[in-house]
Design a protein around this ligand. Structure first.
Ligand code: NCD
Length: 304
């Protein structure tokens, strides 16, 4: 894999993806093999939006490789409050760290910021744009549970604002996967994403009804309605609570269906699904550490 920065899933070829996933599988099987392989490496964390999993699993990943984090902390206690630009912030922090992880509310922020730094910069979510490391852990989880060949996946929920959806849909065009997109009309894939997916050879199949498509799915990827991205709260309220699943809803699913969710969930997946064999979302979140260890190991130069 030969990328200076990871800003979008669209830049990842099938071979890039397989390199990271294979390395993650090796690390998951034998974490001790890489413990301390990046001793002293520092990862700069710049999170301009809330995060639990992404930030903590990147922290866990670099620490398990023997490194540590330097964390900007909450935006409110940083110089961003004094009016510092993103370009200036990343140019300063690249002097403190060997790689940077950036989450920002503006689409395109990571790509823009990457143009100002020489250390690797990883996009941990840019508005409704992309979230490529989530995609890598999603692909890892799909490969482990259903495989990435001849698979039918349903992606459901907020397809308009969901950056995990945009990233994953692009990455899946590298594999023999049939993609179905299930959402209310108002939260369909943005036209630009649909167009790009067509260009990349995907047949985009869109549905508003979930029940007819459910029995054909190997994987169901459920997403949260991205309340914070709605320009108008009343628009959010119109769609909130749509497309919830529970154990009863899944009665017509295949026995080996895998239910995934990038998390956090609000009410899209009822708690009674957690105890079923379908539920794979906590495992999915746990996979984030091995996958981010693999990516950091590659970006930081393969260890010692
Ligand atoms: C996602 C995100 O931030 O886009 N969370 C995550 O990183 N696992 C999904 C979401 O917030 O709904």
């Amino acid at each position: 894999m030969n990328h200076d920065h990871i800003t979008s899933a669209r830049q990842l070829s099938r071979s890039d993806i397989e390199t990271v996933l294979d390395r993650a599988a090796e690390i998951a099987a034998d974490p001790d093999s890489v413990a301390n392989s990046h001793e002293g490496a520092l990862l700069g964390l710049l999170f301009f939006e809330p995060s639990t999993r992404t930030k903590m699993s990147f922290s866990a990943a670099i620490k398990r490789l023997g490194g540590d984090v330097v964390d900007m902390g909450p935006v409110d206690s940083s110089s961003v409050k004094k009016g510092e630009s993103l370009a200036d912030t990343v140019r300063v922090v690249e002097g403190y760290a060997d790689a940077l992880v950036l989450r920002h509310p503006s689409e395109g922020a990571a790509k823009m910021a990457s143009e100002f730094v020489d250390v690797p910069l990883v996009n941990a979510g840019d508005g409704a744009g992309q979230h490529p490391t989530q995609t890598l852990l999603d692909l890892y989880t799909i490969r482990e549970s259903a495989g990435l060949e001849d698979v039918t996946i349903g992606i459901m929920g907020d397809l308009k604002y969901g950056r995990t959806v945009h990233s994953l849909a692009h990455a899946l065009t590298n594999f023999n996967v049939s993609q179905h997109f299930i959402s209310p009309d108002s939260l369909k894939l943005p036209r630009k994403v649909r167009y790009d997916l067509h260009q990349e050879g995907s047949t985009v199949k869109e549905h508003t009804d979930f029940d007819p498509i459910l029995p054909s799915l190997d994987v169901l990827y459920v997403t949260r309605i991205q309340r914070e991205r709605f320009p108008d709260e009343s628009e959010y309220r119109k769609v909130a609570g749509e497309y919830q699943i529970d154990a009863d809803t899944l009665a017509s699913a295949r026995d080996d269906l895998t239910v995934m969710h990038p998390l956090p969930r609000v009410d899209e997946i009822a708690y009674d699904v957690d105890g079923t064999d379908y539920a794979n979302y906590f495992e999915q979140a746990h996979n984030g550490v091995s996958v981010r260890m693999a990516l950091l190991d590659i970006l930081l130069g393969g260890g010692q």
